[in-house]
Design a protein around this ligand. Structure first.
Ligand code: FRU
Length: 522
């Protein structure tokens, strides 16, 4: 059987990559205004989901859904783009790693470090890394055939640089389910087996294998639980300790599109146990779900396809998402590239009376980039300027806010520019919710559903004290409320960079402590 070699090098030449073009030419208006300062974005072309996330020998690998030659998606020619990083913050883009071929486009999937060479792909010297992805056969889809999606593998013997597709692909044929994709594989050390979870329409299916090539069906999860407003995509199952205890639980992240809490794409999760065959929800979580209906990972509109890295040191669980939404992603006002990733986030599982929370906070490596600090303590009596123009660059900053003595009122942060464009966000301590309002954020009319609503995240109570960690880049806002217990991520496209941050409130007597850290990136 013919082995199909990775065409990464050829692709690189065909599309004439010039990753250094930026440093030698003056930046275009679009680059200046919209190329993020510290969020990963491809130099050229379209990007969606993160794929094949793994760590090996000091390097993190981020692959991603990519059409390198155009900045709108072409689902018949999807590649895995590739970027590497030593610290999850600074990324270097490499040539695309896995290219589409006659069996189909390369849709989302995962990668594992096969330390024991269970796959037999190892050569005795190098640890094989095995990528598991979905082949999407556009010809079949166009012909109306149901089995257009199947799972396939490729391996790398040079730390993920080049990839060889397995000669016997696909390794998991389509069982007659139209949406059957996005395999996420992990090593189940207790049962000494590989487990593959994938999205099957609006369900989760599990398979097991000893060698990553032969897969047998284990179980199904998802009927009548959680969100079903759209198709399930990009799932991820992993074990995690309950914070402060030795109790281990399993978290199943399931992305869903549409059906998100504020419209379009979003990620939900379930907490339970996995016995090597079946995922069952925990009783406490089952009760929580009866009340909440769906438990969301992020309440903003722009964190999709969030999945975790394989093989991260110190047992950390790090996730990264695609910072966009299928509602409008191909229409956002950038031409050269489209989309960026969220900041990589470390997740932890907290347990309280109300149930479980998968909290996320920016990875600790971000702190290494913190430079100049501005600190202010403000007694809130009226609207106040937190950061004036020129004080700090608000397109690369982490702002930590600590509220004390909060009362029942609305606390609104306003990020604005000289054109009067703004993004407002904050906490409504009357209606018990967080919110982001990007309706007046600049370019919004590229798609009617981009700025037609104010995004909201319900809170369980009114707060007397609370904290916000706010990450700002040129086109994004990431809010980590109460140490990551509630998260909201949204993007925006002002006609001039935002340069001032205000707080507006009708409450009296609250104390706000702010420390804004400039990020020294680039
Ligand atoms: C999620 C998704 C996946 C699919 C990929 C195609 O955003 O639709 O289900 O594999 O994107 O690019």
């Amino acid at each position: 059987m013919k082995i199909i070699r990775s065409t990464a090098l050829a692709i690189g030449l065909i599309f004439m990559y010039n990753f250094n073009a930026q440093t030698t030419q003056a930046l275009s208006k679009e680059e200046q205004l919209y190329r993020p300062n510290y969020h990963f974005t491809p130099q050229k072309g379209w990007m969606n989901d993160p794929n094949g996330l793994f760590y090996l020998n000091g390097t993190y690998h981020l692959f991603f859904q990519h059409t390198p030659f155009q900045s709108v998606p072409d689902f018949s020619k999807m590649h895995w783009g590739h970027a590497i990083s030593k610290d999850l913050i600074k990324w270097e883009e490499l040539v695309p790693a896995i290219a589409y071929d006659e069996k189909g486009a390369i849709f989302s999937g995962s990668a594992v470090v096969d330390k024991d060479n269970t796959s037999g792909f190892g050569d005795g010297k190098n640890v094989p890394v095995v990528a598991i992805f979905t082949y999407h056969d556009m010809k079949k889809e166009k012909a109306g055939e149901i089995d257009a999606q199947s799972q396939a593998i490729a391996y790398s013997l040079d730390n993920g640089k080049t990839w060889t597709k397995y000669s016997n692909n696909p390794v998991l044929k389509n069982p007659g389910i139209k949406d059957f994709r996005d395999p996420k594989v992990f090593w189940d050390s207790k049962r000494k087996q590989w487990v593959l979870g994938l999205a099957a329409q609006d369900r989760q299916h599990f398979y097991a294998s000893k060698n990553l090539k032969d897969w047998k069906f284990l179980s199904e999860f998802g009927k009548d639980v959680g969100g079903h407003g759209g198709v399930w995509e990009c799932p991820d199952l992993f074990p995690i300790k309950v914070e402060g205890t030795n109790e281990e639980k399993w978290v199943l992240i399931v992305n869903i599109n549409p059906g998100g809490p504020n419209g379009g794409s979003a990620a939900q999760y379930f907490v339970g146990d996995f016995d090597g065959k079946t995922f069952r929800m925990d009783d406490v979580f089952t009760k929580q779900l009866e009340k909440e209906k769906v438990v969301w990972l992020d309440w903003g509109r722009d964190n999709y396809a969030s999945v975790s890295f394989d093989n991260v040191p110190d047992n950390k669980r790090v996730i990264v998402g695609w910072m966009s939404n299928w509602d409008y992603s191909p229409d956002v006002p950038t031409e050269k590239w489209r989309s960026s990733s969220t900041i990589p986030r470390e997740v932890t599982l907290r347990k309280s009376k109300e149930g479980y929370t998968l909290a996320s906070i920016p990875v600790s490596q971000l702190k290494n980039y913190e430079g100049k600090i501005i600190k202010k303590e403000i007694s809130l009596v009226s609207d106040k300027k937190l950061i004036s123009k020129g004080e700090i660059d608000l397109t690369k900053v982490v702002v930590d806010i600590d509220f004390k003595k909060m009362t029942a009122g609305v606390y609104t942060f306003v990020l604005k520019n000289d054109l009067g464009e703004k993004v407002s966000f904050g906490i409504d301590n009357i209606n018990k919710e967080l919110f982001i309002d990007r309706t007046k954020s600049g370019k919004t009319d590229f798609k009617d559903n981009f700025a037609d609503r104010i995004s909201k995240a319900p809170l369980a109570k009114k707060y007397k004290n609370s904290t916000f960690k706010i990450l700002l880049d040129k086109t994004s806002l990431e809010i980590f409320f109460e140490n990551g217990e509630k998260v909201m991520t949204e993007i925006f496209f002002p006609n001039e960079s935002f340069s001032e941050l205000l707080i507006s409130t009708d409450t009296k007597g609250s104390i706000l402590n702010m420390s804004a850290h400039q990020l020294n990136i680039k």
